[in-house]
Design a protein around this ligand. Structure first.
Ligand code: GSH
Length: 215
C-alpha cells in the first residue's frame, strides 16, 4: 500500500518525499492549500493537532513531524534503496548529530528568512529588516561551521550521503533560488560543492519536477 503524504508542495513535506524516493517507497499525495487554511480544517486537526504539514498515513499508521518521518522510513527500510543512516552505530551517531544541527541551528534562521523575505509580501504580514539581517548573520556563522566540516568530509556525517544532508534540501532550495541568497553558499567553497552534489541527486530533481513550491 502506498504511503499517503499530505501537502507535497510545501518545503517540510519535500523532506519526506525526497526520503521516500531515495528509499524506493511508493507514495501518493494529498494536496492541501495552507493559504486557504486547509491545514486548520477540523478533520485534518484530528490527524495533526498542531495543524502543520507534512503528515503521512501508512495503512492504519499516522505520523507527523518531517524529521521523525524520515528517521522512521530510513530505519524501517534500512536495506532498501539508498542507506541513509550509515553502516555503523558511530555513523548513525553522526547522522543524528547533523540532523539535530540542521533542525536546531540551520533551520531557525533560514525559516525566519523565508517568512520575512518570501511569505510576508504574499501574506501581507510585516517583514522586519532587523530580523532579516540578524538571521542572515546567524546563518552565515552556521555555514562557516559547515565549511570547516565539509573541508574534512564529503558529506556532513562522513563520506556517505545521509538523512542529515537530505534534510537541508527543502529550505536550502529557498535560499539558493527564490530568495536569491545563493552567495551565502557560493562564498564557501566546500559548502558550495556539497550543495551542488546533494541538489543534483535525481531524487531531488524528481521532487522539484513533481511538486512546485507554492512561492
Ligand atoms: N517541525 C515541523 C514543521 C512543519 C512546518 O512548519 N510545516 C509548514 C509547511 S512547510 C506548515 O505546515 N506551516 C503552516 C503552519 O505552521 O501553520 C515538521 O518538520 O514537520
Amino acid at each position: 500500500m502506498a504511503v499517503k503524504v499530505y501537502g507535497p508542495t510545501y518545503a517540510s513535506p519535500k523532506r519526506v518525499l525526497m526520503c521516500l524516493i531515495e528509499k524506493e517507497i511508493d507514495f501518493e499525495v494529498v494536496l492541501l492549500d495552507i493559504f486557504k487554511g486547509d491545514h486548520k480544517d477540523p478533520e485534518f486537526l484530528k490527524l495533526q493537532p498542531f495543524g502543520q504539514l507534512p503528515l503521512v498515513q501508512d495503512g492504519d499508521y499516522t505520523l507527523y513531524e518531517s524529521r521523525a518521518i524520515i528517521r522512521y522510513y530510513a530505519e524501517k527500510y534500512k536495506s532498501q534503496g539508498t542507506d541513509l543512516l550509515g553502516k555503523t552505530i558511530e555513523d548513525r551517531g553522526l547522522v543524528e548529530q547533523w540532523l539535530e544541527v540542521e533542525a536546531q541551528h540551520f533551520h531557525p534562521p533560514i525559516y525566519n528568512l523565508v517568512i520575512h523575505v518570501l511569505f510576508a509580501p504574499v501574506l501581507g504580514t510585516p517583514s522586519d529588516p532587523k530580523v532579516i539581517q540578524e538571521s542572515e548573520e546567524k546563518l552565515g556563522k552556521v555555514l562557516d561551521i559547515y565549511e570547516d566540516r565539509l573541508s574534512k568530509s564529503k558529506y556532513l556525517a562522513g563520506d556517505f550521503f545521509s538523512l542529515a544532508d537530505l534534510s537541508h534540501l527543502p529550505f536550502g532550495h529557498y535560499l539558493m533560488n527564490q530568495m536569491k541568497k545563493g552567495y551565502m553558499v557560493r562564498d564557501r567553497k566546500h559548502v558550495s560543492a556539497w550543495w551542488d552534489d546533494i541538489s543534483n541527486r535525481p531524487s531531488w530533481n524528481r521532487v522539484l519536477q513533481l511538486y512546485q513550491y507554492p512561492i
